[in-house]
Design a protein around this ligand. Structure first.
Ligand SMILES: [Zn+2]
Length: 227
């Protein structure tokens, strides 16, 4: 199988898993960097739950379509902006998940209340709910992101980045799961926030390719099972 097709299939799987988990709604998008200033990204107008490789297009960093049917999402600027300034990143996901967005809408700081969720802590917040549909907003987002793996956008959504789409997918799941646990625990008490020592231990034990692959495989098997 050629490499581009394999990457398209991975992107399709990622988006379908996120949709099935309720993390991605009708607006989310994910991309994989290609050589020579190009990327694979899902077209804006597609059914995430029924996505196929035909819904993945190739664009350059200005949004020009190089291959594929349909137009990239209006927020392709977010992906292009990250690829311009982060040579360590080859995959980006952006969507509008409920729990983490509720935190930023309410102005509540994301806290590490769950081991896996600590991997994206501290989690910066872009102080604007505006769509990332132009280079100026993309710059604001990448400034907030810095050299980290994730950022929230106030009352809007979340973005995760990684060396691979597996990394970005797994981190988004951890981020959203942690946010839900933080929200729910705040309903009945005071959420327990991990200490610096506990955070260091979590990073040492949990940030590795084997565990990331296991998380991806868990959701991937559920997708195949129709669960
Ligand atoms: Zn958005």
């Amino acid at each position: 199988m050629n490499e581009i097709l394999e990457q398209k299939q991975q992107l399709v799987r990622c988006i379908r898993m996120l949709e099935r988990s309720g993390i991605m709604d009708y607006n989310g998008h994910a991309s994989i960097r290609l050589p020579e200033g190009r990327m694979l990204i899902n077209i804006g107008n597609c059914q995430r739950s029924q996505l196929t490789v035909d819904d993945i297009c190739t664009i350059d960093l200005d949004g020009n379509i190089i291959e594929g049917n349909g137009k990239p999402p209006l927020e392709f600027h977010l992906h292009a902006g990250v690829y311009k300034v982060r040579s360590d990143v080859d995959a980006v996901i952006h969507c509008h998940p409920n729990w983490s967005t509720i935190l930023s809408t309410a102005g509540v700081e994301y806290l590490p209340v769950y081991a896996q969720g600590s991997l994206v802590y501290p989690l910066p917040v872009l102080d604007s709910p505006d769509s990332i549909n132009n280079p100026v907003m993309a710059k604001r987002l990448t400034d907030s992101l810095g050299d980290g793996p994730a950022a929230l956008m106030k009352a809007h959504g979340a973005a995760t980045v990684g060396k691979t789409i597996v990394d970005a997918f797994v981190l988004l799941n951890y981020l959203e799961d942690n946010s839900q646990r933080q929200y729910m625990s705040a309903q009945i008490g005071t959420p327990y926030c991990f200490t610096a020592e506990e955070l260091a231990l979590c990073r040492e034990k949990l940030w590795n390719d084997t565990l990331f692959k296991r998380t991806w495989d868990h959701f991937s098997a559920k997708l195949d099972a129709g669960a």
